[in-house]
Design a protein around this ligand. Sequence first.
Ligand SMILES: Nc1ncnc2c1ncn2[C@@H]1O[C@H](COP(=O)(O)OP(=O)(O)O)[C@@H](O)[C@H]1O
Ligand SMILES: Nc1ccn([C@@H]2O[C@H](COP(=O)(O)OP(=O)(O)O)[C@@H](O)[C@H]2O)c(=O)n1
Length: 228
Amino acid sequence: MPKIIVALDGFSSCGKSTTAKRVAAKLHYAFVDTGAMYRAVALYFHRNQIDLANKDAVADALQHIDITFEFNQQRQASDTILNGENVEVEIRKMYISEMVSQVAAITIVRRAMVAQQQQMGKKKGIVMDGRDVGTVVFPDAEVKIFMTAQPHIRAQRRKLELLQKGEDLPLEDIIENLRMRDEIDSNREEGPLKRAEDAIDLDTSFRSMDEQVDFVLAQVERVKRENK
Ligand SMILES: Nc1ncnc2c1ncn2[C@@H]1O[C@H](COP(=O)(O)OP(=O)(O)O)[C@@H](O)[C@H]1O
Ligand SMILES: Nc1ccn([C@@H]2O[C@H](COP(=O)(O)OP(=O)(O)O)[C@@H](O)[C@H]2O)c(=O)n1
């Protein structure tokens, strides 16, 4: 069967990226973490003190942003490259999580990122995770999964991840950040986070990573069978 597009959307810290990365490796597909792109834009805006309310300044800044991904053999995962600099570690820090949703709510930012994402998936054979992949970026994706998990489980997972990277933050701060981002992401005008009507739900609260990867792979197999 020809290559397909697998779209994984959902709330923050449900396991989208870890699942997408493993599914892509199994299928020998490319993996794109669209959240990393918005995080890289937020980092650029932060460093260059771009006023988010100034449309001209935002549009001009976008002209100077080049985001690519580079495979890191040691991590066995892709690093995010902003204008030639590896920013993978920096964009995962809390100060970026605190501003990224405001940046991602700006329509011209979204249009620029969505256009790049559509270009990346033009030849299919891609697993992409984000908030609007199945609704806006690839509304015709062959497999669409909408991931959820209970809020306190998501926050605990994110706390552990940040701790492993050297950031020890109170659980309450993380819960509040996830709540705030989910709210902004769900209520923006352009490309809000919402379940595509034809998406399949996956609650990861009480699943292992292997189980959630197998769940997605089973959907891919089903689509392949149906299209034989
Ligand atoms: N089923 C699971 N059980 C335990 N931890 C998980 C599970 N799925 C993902 N994680 C962990 O939760 C954290 C958030 O996962 P991530 O894939 O980054 O979520 P998202 O991309 O949805 O924000 C990561 O540290 C990841 O390793
Ligand atoms: N397709 C996407 C992906 C991310 N985002 C934004 O980028 C932020 C960071 O995305 P992410 O996937 O890295 O977030 P985590 O859930 O991994 O913390 C989200 O909270 C959204 O504001 C978006 O608007 N659209």
